[in-house]
Design a protein around this ligand. Structure first.
Ligand code: NAD
Length: 475
């Protein structure tokens, strides 16, 4: 029997008459049913969040921290069940699912230690002026399908810590683990502070346009981000947008191909390439291009593509059919244009499960669709470059500006190049490291605002300046 999952509204787990199916991308079997909420359920969730805001916004920060720690603890204690469920709905191999579950628990705990201190602007005989941060109110959180748990947590935790309440909508493709967490935390968080509701994509604009929601925090595609910005403009909601990327990695001639091949591989292929910051364009200096591209292709042959619940799988299926078709379309376009493949490129769409073989392209042109567009799949175009200035220009030649990386034995040179890249994050000699204490956000069309760290927390607050005239004559 298919499990029926419930939503969390006002501290209670609720069902709806209408439901939606959730499919395991490894075998296309229906593995769960979730509520298909519409305007009525959204109104109930927003009203509950509004009621809870009155008390939660005045609850001492230590109590708010304790509630966040209870969420972190519930995730950790149930990690075994949660990571298996996550693999079954998202597709990522068990080890990577474990990383996401423990990462979400760890990020929550670490972020709960942040605080927004008051700033004294003036302390003179005439006046005392200070800036405090006040919570914006009710937050609408909208989450994608690639890291459903991590993305949900990185919206819930800073909202709670800042004194806001939240109505969160998981992706219709991957709501199950988040709803199981909702059940686990229902009695650990005051009613209405965290509400989690599921629905089709059409529920998204209802959240964006809801008159009693004060802020939207969104992670997803740039196309949807633009619609959200438009929808939120009606009543000038605050917005944080974490959007797409076409992240460039630059490998300098002094990098050792034997040492970087495997690291570069996983920079591209973790989570089957479905990471906003995955290495989606890899520029290799011409002096080491042949050796490094061969080393990456050789390593790729040792990695198993398959069902993430099976031991030994390194790369799971694409999460959903729409994205699967898109990745196949990009690969077909590369074939039609006669680009060279070092490996992969031969998916079998008639099989069961959304599997795409590890696909590495050998020096396709800069304007190839598979280079110029965000692939969001297990695809890695390797390109040759000759000079530093040329590669910086090519890396920056994108409407996106999310992340990038430089690989070199000379870290000073690495930093010099990193500072010229037009992205919110640049790694030198590592990849995918995100800290709960550093802001993460996109430049250009990769985003608006930031998550994590003090900058991320500030996005859930307004500054309020209180000025007291000390030498006033009023009485
Ligand atoms: P998506 O934009 O299709 O959907 C994201 C969420 O928005 C889902 O919950 C969806 O139901 C909802 N939604 C859809 N239409 C909406 C609308 N008109 N108004 C409001 N909400 C709407 O994105 P996706 O396909 O789920 O995720 C993949 C994309 O997310 C990629 O482009 C990837 O780069 C990006 N992403 C970015 C980050 C980041 O931190 N920058 C992280 C992960 C993924």
């Amino acid at each position: 029997m298919t499990t029926l999952y419930r939503n969390l509204i006002d501290g209670k787990m609720i069902e709806t008459a209408a439901t939606m199916e959730v499919v395991n991308p490894a075998n296309e079997q229906v593995i769960g049913l979730v509520p298909a909420c519409g305007k009525d359920e959204l109104d109930q969730a927003v009203a509950a969040a509004r009621r809870a805001f009155k008390t939660w916004s005045r609850t001492p920060i230590d109590e708010r921290r304790a509630a966040i720690m209870a969420i972190s603890g519930a995730i950790k204690e149930n990690a075994d069940e949660l990571y298996r469920l996550l693999t079954s709905e998202q597709g990522k191999p068990h080890e990577q699912a474990k990383g996401e579950i423990f990462g979400a628990a760890g990020m929550s705990a670490a972020q709960s230690t942040l605080s927004l201190e008051e700033v004294v602007n003036e302390d003179s005989d005439q006046r005392l002026s200070r800036t405090r941060r006040v919570p914006v109110g009710v937050v609408g959180g909208i989450v994608p399908w690639n890291f459903p748990v991590m993305m949900a947590i990185q919206k819930i935790v800073p909202a709670m810590l800042s004194g806001c309440t939240i109505v969160l909508k998981p992706s219709p493709f991957t709501p199950l683990t988040t709803l199981r967490i909702a059940e686990l935390i229902a009695d650990k968080v005051p009613a209405g502070v965290v509400n989690i509701i599921t629905g089709e994509d059409s529920l998204g604009p209802m959240i964006t346009e809801h008159p009693d929601i004060d802020k939207i925090t969104f992670t997803g595609s740039t196309a949807t981000g633009k619609k959200i910005m438009e929808g939120a403009s009606a009543d000038l909601k605050r917005i944080t947008l974490e959007l797409g990327g076409n992240d460039a990695s630059i490998v300098m001639p002094d990098a050792d191909p034997k040492k970087v091949a495997e690291q570069l591989f996983w920079a591209s292929f973790s989570n089957a390439g479905q990471i906003c910051v995955a290495a989606k364009r890899v520029y290799i200096h011409e002096d080491i291009y042949d050796e490094l591209s061969q080393a990456i292709a050789n390593y790729a042959k040792t990695v198993v593509v398959g069902d993430g619940s099976q031991q030994g799988t390194g790369v799971g299926p694409i999460q959903n059919k729409k994205q699967y078709d898109r990745v196949l379309e990009l690969i077909q376009d590369a074939k039609d244009n006669g680009y060279k493949f070092l490996t992969g490129g031969d998916a079998d769409p008639s099989g069961t499960g959304y599997y795409v073989p590890i696909t590495i392209l050998d020096n396709p042109p800069e304007d190839a669709r598979i280079v110029a567009e965000e692939q969001f799949g297990p695809v890695m175009p390797l390109m040759k470059f000759s000079t530093e200035s040329e590669v910086i220009e090519r890396a920056n030649n994108s409407e996106y500006g999310l992340a990038g990386a430089v690989w070199t034995a000379d870290t000073d040179k690495g930093v010099e190049i990193a500072e010229q890249l037009e992205t919110g994050t640049v790694w030198v000699n590592e990849y995918l490291h995100l800290s709960p204490f550093s802001p993460f956000g996109g430049h250009k069309q990769s985003g608006f605002g930031a998550e994590y760290g003090i900058d991320g927390l500030k996005e859930f607050t307004y500054p309020q300046v209180i000025t007291v005239k000390r030498d006033a004559e009023v009485a």
